[in-house]
Design a protein around this ligand. Structure first.
Ligand SMILES: Cc1ncc(COP(=O)(O)O)c(C=O)c1O
Length: 436
């Protein structure tokens, strides 16, 4: 034993082995300091209100948690599930989505339970991407898409959603638009997939039927597999209709729809999600899932099943929507009082605040991590430090060439209880003296 307590085997001094990292980590931006580690509680004031990260500060409904307890108290509920997912959950998914998708879903071949939506998406990429296959994603995009595509040797191709003109007043998420010529130009013989996220994170856009029809036409023309990320399907406001692209003519055969119990039941840490699609998409994805995670956690699949089984008779999603609408309104009324422009979201739980009129003192101290990034990084840092409310800079969700589009906005999450949101709104009134 040496003085510092480490053992020398046969008197040979240990050295740190120099293992070459897989290049996919760098290419998938997995090693870069990401926005979550910069705007992390550890770097921000201790009493900072976290409207940055998109997870709730309230628990799942008690009746759903009770079902988790019940499952933990059985023997089978603590052991492996079938890789397709537990049959009770697949049946509960069928009960709800037969109506939504207008089909008689086959629980054996058309539904796949996953470890959160994220793992489901990863498994689809593993099942379908070959080296160099291109995947179109709309910007701003959910940041896991990029590493998930790259780790599976795919190539992300970015098509921006265009924000409303800077001088437009009272904008909603519907004012973010797609340039369909631009989308068409992005398609090449190597394009394999397109990801459509509706309701959208972070814009809150609920794609219209007309927009989905145009995307569907392009998908059919270029023979694209469509990954329809609908994790916020239960969070749609103002009577707006969420339309799954799989329900449009000719689209079921080429679409895998992605869902998340984390969003549906305020249970993001449960890591239970599901995919719905035709057998020729679900079967290869099941093969990938089985080799990645084998199966998802069992007790929380039972709880998710109870949630979906009872949601309708309890009017759970209608009530939850109203609650989220109220949360959204508290936040945007605070922005109205400040006279700031924002995008009123019609779905999901984010508000994009236009921060172009925010100006901070020239000598305000910024750490290295936010220097040399979009202006929005400094704006969000300033708001967190000066007023104690954290948000997320939106340029993080754009490729480098499109940083300029995103840096006009900061993303505030409203998946928080009303008291927290009211407190945040009061603090944010302090922005007034920094607005030009
Ligand atoms: C658009 C989008 N897709 C997928 C996910 C991942 O969902 P899950 O937590 O179920 O993996 C998220 C989570 O924030 C998201 O915002």
């Amino acid at each position: 034993m040496t003085a510092n307590g480490s053992a020398h085997v046969n008197g040979i001094k240990p050295t740190t082995p120099n293992f070459q990292l897989a290049s996919r980590l760098k290419e998938g931006r997995a090693l870069a300091q990401d926005v979550w580690s910069i705007f992390n509680a550890a770097n921000l004031p201790a009493d900072c209100i976290n409207l940055g990260q998109g997870y709730m500060n309230f628990p799942p409904p008690q009746w759903v948690k009770d079902a988790a307890d019940e499952a933990l108290n059985t023997t089978v509920g603590n052991h492996y599930s079938h890789p397709k997912g537990r049959i009770r959950l697949r049946q509960a998914i069928k009960k709800r989505y037969d109506k939504i998708l207008g089909r008689d879903l086959d629980v054996e071949t058309e539904i796949q339970v996953t470890s959160g939506a994220n793992e489901g998406q990863y498994s689809v990429f593993t099942a379908f991407l070959d080296s160099g296959d291109e995947v179109i994603m709309f910007e701003p995009y959910f940041d896991q898409y990029l590493p998930s595509v790259v780790f599976n040797e795919g190539k992300p191709v970015y098509v921006p959603l265009h924000p409303p003109p800077a001088d437009m007043l009272n904008t909603t998420s519907n004012d973010w638009t797609i340039d369909f010529e631009e989308l068409r130009r992005a398609c090449t013989p190597r394009t394999k997939m397109i990801i459509v996220n509706t309701p959208h994170n972070p814009v809150g856009k609920v794609f219209t039927r007309e927009e989905l029809e145009k995307i569907a036409d392009i998908a059919k023309e270029f023979n694209l597999l469509v990954m329809s990320d609908e994790v916020y399907d239960c969070l749609v406001f103002d009577g707006k209709e969420h339309i799954p692209i799989a329900t449009l003519p000719g689209m079921w055969e080429r679409t895998v729809s992605v869902y998340s119990c984390g969003k549906a039941f305020a249970a993001t840490g449960w890591r239970v999600g599901y995919l719905i699609g035709p057998e020729h998409i679900i079967a290869p994805t099941l093969a990938a899932c089985t080799r990645i995670v084998f199966c998802s956690n069992s007790p929380l699949q039972e709880a998710a099943a109870a949630g979906l089984e009872q949601a309708e008779e309890r009017h759970f999603f209608e009530k939850q929507n109203k609650e989220y609408e109220e949360r959204r309104n508290v936040l945007v009324e605070g922005f109205d009082r400040l006279g700031l422009k924002y995008t009123l979201p019609q779905g999901s739980y984010f508000v994009l605040l236009d921060i172009s009129s925010l100006h901070w003192p020239e000598d305000f101290p910024f750490p290295k991590s936010v220097q040399g990034r979009g202006r929005d990084f400094r704006a969000c840092w300033f708001i967190a430090m000066e007023l104690g409310v954290s948000s997320i800079p939106v340029s993080e969700f754009y490729c480098e060439e499109h940083t300029e589009i995103g840096e006009r906005f900061a993303r505030f999450s409203f998946c928080k209880d009303l008291d927290t949101l009211k407190q945040a709104v009061e603090r944010l009134q302090g922005l007034k003296k920094f607005l030009l």
